[in-house]
Design a binder for this molecule. Structure first.
Ligand SMILES: Cc1ncc(COP(=O)(O)O)c(C=O)c1O
Length: 458
């Protein structure tokens, strides 16, 4: 069944929901280097991770099987909003006057409003199965926290969320949403953990960061037997769970009679990007020509300006050492409005693919990103999350470049979430109060001192 190219959206029936997650570790030219124990410098084993994660997720983390079956209980919950629609952005194409075709996969139709429930539901499921009662986590923009709150509610677990202070203040209704789903939420840095108290003692006005909030959530989980830690991005198993996005998009593009020349996503820790891009990178490894583009904020340019190094995943240094592009674990990004992109590192799988030339990255200023977001909302109707707007801006830039070169491209991007809880950011943009923050070289040099003396990748 080919959907005529004149259709606006391509919907898959529930029967087409993927039954497996795709594991790119089975196909990539070079697998990521091992995660190291900070004390011994040796690769961490399953037993090191067992206090924090259920064994099923630890096994997924190191799996090299090409596909992993999605449990029926997880599929049952996915069916509440999946498969998600794929749109042809015909109105946007007209608005920007491009000859290229632009498609987007829309993950904002989930109950929490983003792609994050794809992994939240899976993680809650495996924790419940292993007998944990409670999960702790961090959240930047509040998207991940609300996704995990939703998943814990449906699966039957308690949930505690450490929310980066600047977002806690900017997004009170994300907090309310987490309360509706029964979770406890505190602003991070908080007085409730050693890690939080340490940061507050040195920087009483700290706006918080994802790295600090991760330290707090890890400490919470490590100090209680009934609690596991849950991370919304970066780790292999999180990226794995998101691959339902790209698998659906492959089928939908085929139904639309098109195949992308360019696949685009925004990158914080890398999960929505990976979710869309990895099934297409499998096609690229098999010989298809695809330009794969990651979009990040100029205020936190991890992939474009951070070196590839071993670094801690959190600020205080409680996690293992992860091989990744990093700006240094004590780097606190400026409080830009894309809270979910304010992370000093990025997923090892994505870092390795960048090293191997399988994909590339660009960094954008927030004024440009919001200009594209408003243009998109005016054409397509959907108000995007500021994070997702980086991917929109990337798509608009690629379309303009193609026009200038006299080319027509097929562009596919991930619209990872809606921005209904981000209206303060839009208000600031219209009031002319959004600051463009491009990181200066001296701050990068300062922040990278934090990784001096750590092991070097081979
Ligand atoms: C809507 C949205 N998109 C993207 C991101 C970035 O995270 P990731 O890189 O893991 O997709 C977030 C993080 O909170 C988000 O809320």
């Amino acid at each position: 069944m080919l959907v005529a190219l004149s259709e606006t959206k391509v919907q898959l029936p529930e029967s087409e929901l993927p039954t497996h997650w795709y594991n790119i570790a089975s196909d990539m030219p070079n697998r990521p280097q091992p995660v190291l124990h900070p004390g011994t410098g040796e690769p961490v084993g399953p037993d090191d991770l067992a206090p924090l994660f259920p064994m099923e997720l630890i096994l997924q983390e190191v799996s090299t099987e090409p596909e992993l079956a999605i449990p029926d209980d997880v599929l049952d919950i996915y069916r509440l909003w999946r498969p998600t629609p794929l749109y042809r952005a015909r109105r946007l194409e007209r608005a920007i006057g491009t000859r290229s075709r632009i498609f987007y996969k829309y993950e904002g139709v989930s109950p929490a409003g983003s792609h994050k429930p794809n992994t939240a539901v899976a993680q809650a499921h495996y924790n419940k199965q292993e007998g944990r009662k409670r999960l702790s986590t961090e959240t930047g923009a509040g998207q991940w926290g609300s996704a995990l709150a939703f998943a814990c509610k449906l699966v039957g677990l308690e949930c505690k969320v450490y929310m980066v202070k600047v977002s806690y203040e900017q997004k009170p209704f994300r907090r309310s949403l987490m309360h509706v789903w029964g979770s406890e939420v505190v602003a991070s840095p908080s007085e409730e953990t050693e890690a939080g108290r340490k940061v507050l003692a040195e920087h009483p006005d700290s706006p918080g960061s994802l790295g600090i909030a991760i330290s707090e959530a890890v400490e919470d989980a490590a100090s209680r037997d009934d609690t596991a830690y849950s991370l919304g991005s970066v780790l292999n198993h999180v990226l794995l769970h998101q691959t339902v996005i790209g698998q659906e998009a492959l089928k939908q593009m085929e139904l639309a009679g098109a195949f992308p020349d360019v696949v685009i996503g925004c990158v914080g820790g890398g999960s929505n990007f990976a979710g869309l891009a990895f099934p297409f990178i499998r096609e690229k490894i098999a010989g298809k020509e695809i330009d794969v583009l990651a979009c990040e904020p100029a205020a936190c340019p991890t992939l474009t300006r951070g070196p590839f190094a071993y670094d801690f995943g959190d600020t205080v240094g409680l996690t293992p050492l992860v091989p990744m592009h990093t700006l240094g674990h004590d780097f606190v990004p400026a409080p830009i409005h894309s809270g979910g992109l304010r992370y000093h590192g990025v997923a090892p799988l994505i870092s390795q693919l960048v090293l191997d030339g399988m994909m590339r990255a660009e960094a954008y200023l927030q004024q440009d990103v919001f200009t594209s977001a408003v243009e998109f909302a005016g054409a397509e109707g959907i108000v995007p999350a500021p994070e997702s707007a980086h991917a929109i801006h990337g798509a608009v830039e690629v379309a303009h470049q193609a026009d200038e070169a006299g080319e027509e491209k097929t562009i596919l991007f991930n619209l990872s979430g809606h921005g209904h809880f981000d209206m303060a950011a839009y208000d600031n943009f219209f009031a002319g109060e959004l600051e463009d923050v491009a990181l200066d070289e001296a701050e990068i040099e300062r922040a990278l001192k934090a990784i001096e003396g750590l092991p070097q990748p081979a």
